[in-house]
Structure formats: structure tokens, C-alpha cells
Design a protein around this ligand. Structure first.
Ligand code: 5GP
Length: 189
């Protein structure tokens, strides 16, 4: 694709970016494609390998690091690695679609540095830390220690909102979705 763009959605875990990204992709299936990340964490119930993530062993992930296969990668939580394959971005551009990322804050900023002019970096901000803690608790797919780790990380990630191109406060899903769609449409046209 000529002029392929990169649209980054970053947020602390539990801020609701995954719902926004999924709905945005459903609303604009011809022009947008989801960048499927690699991870070494175990799949949650109803997550599908090759759709939500490429679930890799630590060994395979490390091989890909040493072969230089990743555009970016990170140990997002202790012992748990996440990364974007260069081939994934190419795959979607070859389909003539702009690439949408659901990625943590540091990964989002790394991608922004790699593709400074081609990318739009959007920070999804939870209405408050209290609300974020409530959502993480309700999700309850995480063990208690994981919940604490995610909450602590979220507190520091929120301070990076100002470095992003745009900030969307996720207080009402439908409203935030329509604002996200407008931002993306303006950026890709
Ligand atoms: P989860 O385990 O909840 O699916 O994801 C944990 C965090 O890792 C989320 O903030 C998610 O956006 C982020 N993440 C997912 N894929 C990638 C990736 O390829 N690179 C980086 N740096 N973070 C990612």
C-alpha cells in the first residue's frame, strides 16, 4: 500500500481500548486491519490464536527477537513479553489497509518514533483511577497479584497521556467510539 498509515491506541490495561479498537474495525473493515501481536502469556478463555494474538513460547519469542523480526517488543509485565512483527504491518499494508494497534503505552510511543509522520497515536484515558480499578476487578480474568501489577502500571502510564497526538476519555463507549472514528477518518483521508 502506498501511504499506508499506522493508528495506535494505547492505554493502561482496563481503560477500554480493546472494545474501542474492535468496534472501530467492525465499522471500517475495508480500510482498517488489526495488528495481531505476539505474546508469551497464556490465552484467556475465548481468545483465539492467530486472531487475538499469536501465542508463542518464550523460546520462540526470544528467537524472533534475535532474528530482528519485531518492529517493537517489550516485557510488558515481569516475565510476559509482547511484540509486533514487522511482517504483520507489511501483511496489512499489502491488503491495502491501514494498521490499527492495541498496544501498551511504551510500545505506542516506540511505534510513534519509528513511524513519526505516518502514525496517529491516540491515548485512551479511563475516567478515573477508581473506575479503572473497578473495571479491572470486574474483568477478574486476572489473579489478584496480576490485578495489583496492572493497577500500579496504570498509575504511571496515565502520566504519559500528554505525549500522545490525541487523548480520548473513555466515559461513554458510544460517544468515544464516534470521536475515535472521526479522528481516524480525518487522518487516513
Ligand atoms: P493483555 O494481556 O491485557 O492482552 O495486554 C496487556 C498489555 O499489553 C495491553 O496494554 C496491550 O495493549 C499490550 N500489548 C498488546 N500487544 C502488544 C505489543 O505488540 N507490544 C506492546 N508493547 N504491548 C502490547
Amino acid at each position: 500500500m502506498r501511504n499506508g498509515k499506522i493508528i495506535i491506541f494505547s492505554a493502561p490495561s482496563g481503560a477500554g481500548k480493546t472494545s474501542i479498537v474492535h468496534r472501530l474495525l467492525q465499522a471500517m473493515p475495508d480500510s482498517l486491519g488489526f495488528s495481531i501481536s505476539c505474546t508469551t502469556r497464556t490465552p484467556r478463555q475465548n481468545e483465539i490464536d492467530g486472531k487475538d494474538y499469536y501465542f508463542l513460547s518464550l523460546e520462540l519469542f526470544q528467537n524472533k527477537i534475535s532474528q530482528g523480526d519485531f518492529a517493537e517488543w517489550e516485557e510488558v509485565y515481569p516475565g510476559r513479553f509482547y511484540g509486533t512483527l514487522k511482517s504483520e504491518i507489511e501483511r496489512l499494508w499489502l491488503q491495502d489497509r491501514h494498521v490499527v494497534f492495541d498496544i501498551d503505552v511504551q510500545g505506542g510511543l516506540n511505534l510513534k518514533n519509528l513511524y513519526p509522520t505516518q502514525s496517529l497515536a491516540i491515548f485512551v484515558q479511563p475516567p478515573s483511577l477508581k473506575e479503572l480499578a473497578r473495571r479491572l476487578h470486574i474483568r477478574s480474568s486476572e489473579a489478584y497479584e496480576d490485578f495489583q501489577v496492572r493497577l500500579q502500571k496504570a498509575e504511571s502510564e496515565i502520566t504519559y497521556a500528554k505525549v500522545f497526538d490525541k487523548v480520548l476519555i473513555n466515559d461513554d463507549l458510544l460517544e468515544v467510539l464516534s470521536r475515535a472514528k472521526e479522528l481516524v477518518e480525518n487522518f487516513i483521508t
